[in-house]
Ligand binder design. Structure first.
Ligand code: GLV
Ligand code: MN
Ligand code: MN
Ligand code: MN
Length: 413
């Protein structure tokens, strides 16, 4: 190593502003959903910045994007650092972008200080982490860890009718960079992310050392009844899927989260067809997002949800179909990697605490093929998946510094 690398926080903050302008919303957030024009623009900007620093840009068939700073020993697998650039429809400026741009800042800091490493260092932008436009979420990292892109995913449709396979092909074609095979070997994976919850801010601790990720299950529920005239059809002649959905929802909201403080239950999307004021709907579709840190409890809650749905559908004379869009088991990160992050925070003079992630992240899938560590930054009022999401500049600097220190500990700096 020649100089001591350091994060330049003004450069990183300026980058966060620049990327937040791509898909900026009127209320200060970002709408840059996976594989949209905005996502492509963000990828193009990062590719340009990487080119200016002499980093090699490549992508794979899942449109995961890689920016490599060479090491001296090409036989060694690279250290990978990154996150995602896609956002929720009304997302914030930091969820995902912080991890990608802090990782890029780490590479620039190494470059500025002319640090020579045996092992290459590589920033990754995972495709479609959010999963809100196309399910499942964490699609790119899952494909990378599994070494293939399941054919069925290509036919996934967004709420606006776009087909994933087409959007993926257009996104890959938009960047004229070499294609690498899905799932090449890596030495380790590091991800910085905002906490997306209130713990670190409440305790005034700048660094969260993520011990693992709780389990997530996404269900796509379709209840089919019979369309009928709203004014003329008496109750006993109705097969009303809305009534069935309402009965199920009342049971879920009454029992799942209040009775288990660790459970997280959300219905984020609901639609009825044909959606006419004066017709009993023919069909109601809703999504369920269910999470729990304990795999057995998650499975038993899922079973209860399916039982309730079956019972109320039968009672209401409706047909039921339930599809599992996401089934992510709880994941623990290796103890040695946690200790590495803790030591890095200590070296940087920053207080840290261990914390379980309530959100899923690409690191969950990377943990299947490499040692993984995640670092959390506090965020204001614990708010995320919201345009008001905010991370204080001092916390951005702290998170990026621990990311750099942890990277150095893995590449011999
Ligand atoms: C990913 O954004 C999640 O929902 O945890
Ligand atoms: Mn995220
Ligand atoms: Mn998110
Ligand atoms: Mn996430």
């Amino acid at each position: 190593m020649i100089g001591r690398p350091a994060i330049r926080s003004e450069r990183l903050l300026e980058r966060l502003d620049r990327f937040a302008a791509i898909g900026a919303t009127a209320r200060g957030g970002v709408n840059r959903q996976a594989l949209t024009e905005g996502d492509r623009q963000a990828r193009a900007l990062l590719t340009e910045l990487a080119g200016a620093r002499g980093f090699h840009v490549r992508q794979d068939e899942a449109a995961n994007l890689f920016l490599r700073r060479d090491g001296t020993d090409t036989a060694l697998s690279p250290l990978l650092l990154g996150s995602h650039l896609d956002t929720q429809p009304t997302g914030g400026r930091f969820d995902g972008a912080l991890g990608v741009l802090a990782a890029f800042e780490v590479l620039e800091a190494l470059e500025d200080a002319s640090v020579v490493c045996e092992r290459a260092q590589e920033v990754v932008v995972w495709t479609n982490e959010e999963g809100s436009r196309f399910a499942p979420g964490a699609m790119g990292s899952q494909a990378f860890a599994g070494g293939s892109l399941p054919a069925a995913w290509r036919d996934a449709r967004s709420p606006d009718g776009a087909r994933l396979g087409d959007e993926l092909a257009a996104t890959v074609a938009a960047l004229p960079v070499p294609i690498v095979p899905l799932g090449f070997p890596i030495a380790a994976y590091l991800e910085l992310h905002i906490e997306q919850g209130p713990v670190l801010e409440r305790e005034d601790i700048p660094v969260g050392v993520v011990t693992g990720i709780q389990g997530t299950l996404w269900l796509d529920v379709e209840i089919e009844g019979q369309a009928a005239h709203a004014g003329t059809t008496p109750l006993e002649f109705r097969r009303d899927p809305m009534r069935t959905a309402a009965a199920a929802m009342a049971a879920f909201y009454r029992t799942i989260m209040p009775s288990d403080p660790e459970a997280r239950f959300t219905i984020g999307r609901i639609a009825s067809e044909p959606g006419s004021v004066n017709a009993v709907p023919e069909r109601v579709r809703l999504t369920i997002d269910l999470r729990h840190p304990d795999a057995a409890v998650l499975a038993s809650l899922a079973g209860r949800i399916e039982d309730v749905l079956r019972d109320v559908a039968k009672e209401g004379g409706c047909q039921l179909s339930i599809r599992r869009l996401v089934d992510m088991p709880p994941t623990a990160f290796p103890e040695l990697m946690l200790e590495r992050v803790e030591a890095s925070a200590r070296r940087a003079g920053l207080r840290s605490r261990r914390i379980v992630s309530g959100a899923f992240h690409d690191a969950l899938y990377l943990a299947r093929c490499a040692p993984v560590a995640m670092i959390f930054c506090p965020c204001r009022d614990g708010i995320s998946h919201n345009e008001a999401e905010y991370v204080e500049p001092r916390h951005v600097l702290a998170g990026a510094t621990v990311l750099l220190e942890t990277a150095l500990s893995l590449i011999g700096g």
